[in-house]
Design a protein around this ligand. Structure first.
Ligand code: FES
Ligand code: FES
Length: 178
């Protein structure tokens, strides 16, 4: 069957089979920032926003995503204009192979939208279902705490009437392992 999706603000039609999950369909349509690390809802690498809620796309039946609004990591920054969360991950050397990073950043974006000033414990709890096989978690946690500071600074500059800083749309997922 054909389903209609809005992916990163782009209306998209996709042909899906009865066994297709959303992660497979997104990757097939070029959104390779969505990673499949376990295919079983365990690793968090396939996290995307579905109608503004973080979901592991590998666990969403593609047919159930008909008419859904999807946001993937590709909607954040570009290589030349990183989102503040991506910038913080780079600056804290929180990226090794990069495989888990799109899912972590999607979860971080969700956390910081709901809780702009999280404690370290709250950050650790938010990403407790994002598995990283490379770095451990200290640097990603530091990066997310720093991203919270950056986003709060951006908001206060915007509130003061300065240039609005923040995410821009782009095509690059900022990881190194498509
Ligand atoms: S591939 Fe979806 S959670 Fe691991
Ligand atoms: S950076 Fe390699 S799995 Fe997390």
């Amino acid at each position: 069957m054909e389903i209609q999706l809005t992916i990163n603000d782009e209306p998209t039609s996709a042909e899906v089979g009865p066994d297709d999950d959303l992660a497979t369909v997104l990757r097939r349509n070029g959104y390779t920032g969505v990673k499949c690390g376990c295919d079983g809802g365990v690793c968090g690498a396939s996290k995307v926003f579905v109608n503004d809620e973080v979901r592991m796309a590998c666990g969403v039946d593609a047919r159930d995503a008909d008419d859904a609004e999807i946001e993937t990591i590709e909607s954040l920054g570009s290589q030349d204009d990183l989102h503040p969360i991506q910038e913080a991950f780079v600056d804290h050397f929180a990226v090794q192979c990069g495989f888990c990073i799109p899912g972590m950043i999607i979860e971080a974006k969700s956390l910081l939208a709901d809780n702009p000033d999280p404690s370290e414990a709250e950050v650790r709890e938010a990403i407790d279902d994002n598995l990283c096989r490379c770095t451990g978690y200290q640097k990603p946690v530091e990066a997310i705490l720093d991203a919270a500071d950056r986003l709060r600074d951006d908001r206060s500059v915007a509130a003061d009437g300065g240039p609005e800083a923040g995410p821009t749309n782009g095509a690059d997922d900022g990881d190194t392992d498509d």
